[in-house]
Write a new protein. Structure first.
Lengths: 144, 238
């Protein structure tokens, strides 16, 4: 084996090791690197009480209820496994709407509900013109 | 092919006329994409006009990550075949790569404020991209220190291969972890972006890539010239 070939094998082995390392990092950090708790995680593992956490999922269709004071809202976050009722007082992001992704920052209450002090809107990877979207989501409305 | 290009004199002969072609063609393609993205495409059904930031954000992300792939490939070629030009190429890529990674973070932040409602969050995708930017800075410092102390470039080359660990993490962060950043839109099997919105992205991607290649050639020529000056000064000093 020539020295050049030896180096080639060594470098390729190093590359495989590096890529393997990133695969291990991805899977090992799976829980710690999660950006938010999904309702299903909470239902399975119990409420993370007394901690400031994020709760993420979809805003359940038809669940947004505006309160009489005009700045408080209540809605339900779901991930298809479990549901969590959320209360929030403040300005919601433009993209916050039902049937769309949301990440709420705040605290779980002992009754299983969540009080948010900040809302982030999460959108999906689909981009399309309004006409196409209109045809696909005819029942979808911006009005609560 | 590789051996022919590894000769610095022959490389310079090709790179000199190629540099302005790449730079100007890149600018022209990008301009077409910008015109299409700003004037011709419809707004997104959910994000409205904000979606147009994509036409600059995606190319910067692509080149921020593509730049490091270039450093890794050059590092492998240098370590295995000991081509001096490969080491020059890796050093030449580092600065534009870092600039594009920074632009990706900045444009992403500007996009995040109106859509997500935040400038910055420590989510998997955002954090791993920020790490890549820092790794670029570390590589630039390391390569310069190695060069200044008369090193042969092997240590930065090893660092260039090790840094590749971040590329799959950035790519799969949105698939494997739950993140604020949305999932992958464009894959090998197709795209979840409607074709009416998607097409200018290919122009800005191609344009930015050619421009990037032009900048890399320019920097490679400068580094080769600097090496020749150093060699000549050394000969004069003896």
């Amino acid at each position: 084996m020539k020295a050049k070939h030896q180096r080639l094998v060594l470098v390729l082995l190093a590359l495989v090791a590096v890529l393997g390392a990133s695969g291990l990092a991805l899977s090992a950090l799976k829980d710690q690197a999660a950006f938010f708790y999904a309702p299903g995680d909470v239902a399975r593992d119990g409420l993370p009480l007394g901690k400031h956490v994020r709760l993420g999922g979809m805003v359940e269709k038809g669940s947004i209820a505006r309160q009489a004071d005009g700045v408080s809202i209540a809605f339900v976050v779901t991930d298809g496994v479990a549901k969590v009722p959320v209360r929030f007082r403040g300005v919601v992001p433009d993209l916050f709407k039902e049937d769309s992704g949301v990440v709420a920052e705040g605290q779980f209450q002992s009754d299983g509900s969540f009080v948010a002090d900040n809302l982030l809107a999460k959108h999906d990877e689909k981009y399309m013109p309004p006409q196409v979207a209109g045809a696909m989501h005819e029942t979808k409305s911006l009005e609560p | 092919m590789l051996h022919a290009l590894a000769n610095p004199t022959r490389f310079l002969k090709i790179a000199r006329p190629l540099t302005p072609i790449l730079l100007w063609l890149g600018v022209a393609l990008f301009a077409v994409g910008a015109w299409g993205g700003l004037m011709r495409t419809p707004p997104d059904y959910l994000q409205g006009e904000t979606v147009r930031i994509m036409y600059i954000h995606v190319p910067t992300a692509w080149l921020g990550m593509g730049g490091w792939s270039g450093i890794a490939i050059s590092s492998i070629v240098f370590l295995v075949w000991r081509h001096p030009l490969a080491s020059v190429a890796a050093r030449a890529i580092a600065v534009p790569g870092a600039v594009f990674a920074a632009l990706c973070l900045v444009t992403g932040s500007i996009w995040g404020r109106p859509t997500w409602g935040t400038w910055w969050q420590w989510d998997g995708r955002l954090t791993s991209m920020l790490l890549l930017f820092f790794v670029y800075l570390a590589y630039i410092a390391l390569a310069r220190a190695d060069h200044d102390r008369g090193g042969d470039g092997r240590i930065p080359a090893i660092f260039g291969i090790a840094g590749t660990v971040l590329l799959p993490i950035i790519r799969y962060s949105v698939t494997w972890w739950n993140t604020l950043h949305q999932g992958q839109s464009i894959g090998l099997t197709g795209s979840t972006i409607d074709s009416a919105i998607l097409w200018p992205l290919f122009w800005t991607l191609a344009g930015a890539s050619l421009f990037f290649a032009g900048v890399v050639l320019m920097r490679m020529r400068a580094l080769v010239a600097a090496q020749r000056v150093e060699a000549r000064l050394r000969r004069l000093a003896v």
